[in-house]
Design a protein. Structure first.
Length: 318
């Protein structure tokens, strides 16, 4: 084999290279090792910097699941809001209208961890379900009795049902006129959080205002201050309603009215940020949320929508 030479800059000449088999083999192994090491490093860097197709697919799925989870959280918050208001409505209907306690709806004790079920034999699982069925039948009979009592009371209180303020005080079929609900709201003039004891409905001046239940006009007030021109109806059975910021008053003290009668028109009188009707419901001289008494007018979907509108509005009109 021909000799191979390598230039030596120190001696300024060519030195003969060692071409023995052992040396050549070691050179090849060194090159292979260096190549493998460089490939390993590059592979690690590629894994760190770039996702594989499977990883990209998993990452995309995780991002989509996170978005769906956030949507579910928002929907759950909405459902919780509506459900709490519906529970309050049910309690008001039972206690105020029918003068009875609502049917108990607490936990039935049916939640059993799967880990516990795995420890049971088939016979024990059957016995557990049989006991639950008996409990369910007992609960059904108890609720049936509750509703029988409710039916009897509703028959006895048929006159009361016409007096309860159970419709909206203005034409509001699409619910877009619902401006502000019951609770703490930002006052439009004072710019402070203040308790708002009723509901506000925006509408043009002159829009008819209706009595929400049968009753008698207790008071009519014409004023440029506070609630402005207003009408107070006494419905009996402990119920009263207030209609404030009116433009015109169509009734007088002592007049009997029925649900749906026009008692005035929407205005902008008193301390008001714009034309609207301020509507209140009182039971035993205590303010209650008016939205709890629209059960005769609104279907379930619209009722839920009104609850959300009245909850989300951050500022009242008076």
């Amino acid at each position: 084999m021909a000799s191979r030479y390598k230039f030596n800059p120190d001696k300024i000449n060519f030195d003969e290279m060692d071409n023995r088999l052992k040396v050549r083999l070691w050179r090849v192994i060194s090159i292979i090792f260096a190549a493998v090491f460089i490939a390993f490093v590059l592979n690690i860097l590629f894994i760190i910097l770039f996702d594989s197709p499977k990883e990209r697919m998993i990452r995309t799925e995780n991002e989509e699941l996170q978005r769906q989870y956030q949507v579910l959280l928002e929907r759950k918050a909405t459902v919780d809001t509506v459900f709490s208001e519906i529970m309050e409505t049910d309690e008001n209907i039972f206690r105020l209208v029918f003068e009875t306690e609502p049917a108990t709806s607490g936990s039935d004790g049916y939640s059993t961890p799967y880990a516990y079920l795995k420890t049971l034999t088939d016979r024990e699982v059957v016995m557990l379900n049989a006991g639950r069925l008996d409990s369910l039948l007992t609960k059904t009979r108890r609720e049936r009795l509750d509703y029988d009592i409710l039916r009897i009371k509703s028959e006895d209180n048929s006159g009361m049902l016409t007096a309860v303020p159970a419709i909206q005080p203005i034409e509001n079929r699409d619910l877009t006129r619902t401006a502000s609900g019951y609770g703490y709201r930002m006052h439009p003039i004072y710019k402070i959080h203040k308790f708002h004891p009723g509901m506000d409905y925006t509408a043009p001046v002159g829009t008819p205002v209706y009595a929400t239940g049968n009753g008698t006009v207790e008071q009519t007030v014409r004023s440029r201050r506070g609630p402005g021109n207003r009408v107070i109806l006494d419905h009996g059975y402990g119920f009263k309603t207030v209609y404030a910021h009116l433009n015109d008053i169509k009734v007088w003290r002592g007049k009997s009215v029925k649900r749906g009668d026009v008692i005035g028109t929407v205005g902008n009188t008193g301390l008001s940020a714009g034309p609207h009707l301020h509507y209140e419901v009182l039971f035993m001289d205590q303010h209650v949320n008016p939205v709890n008494f629209f059960f005769l007018e609104l279907p379930p979907a619209d009722y839920d929508k009104m609850i959300l509108i009245s909850k989300n509005s951050g500022q009242s009109f008076d």
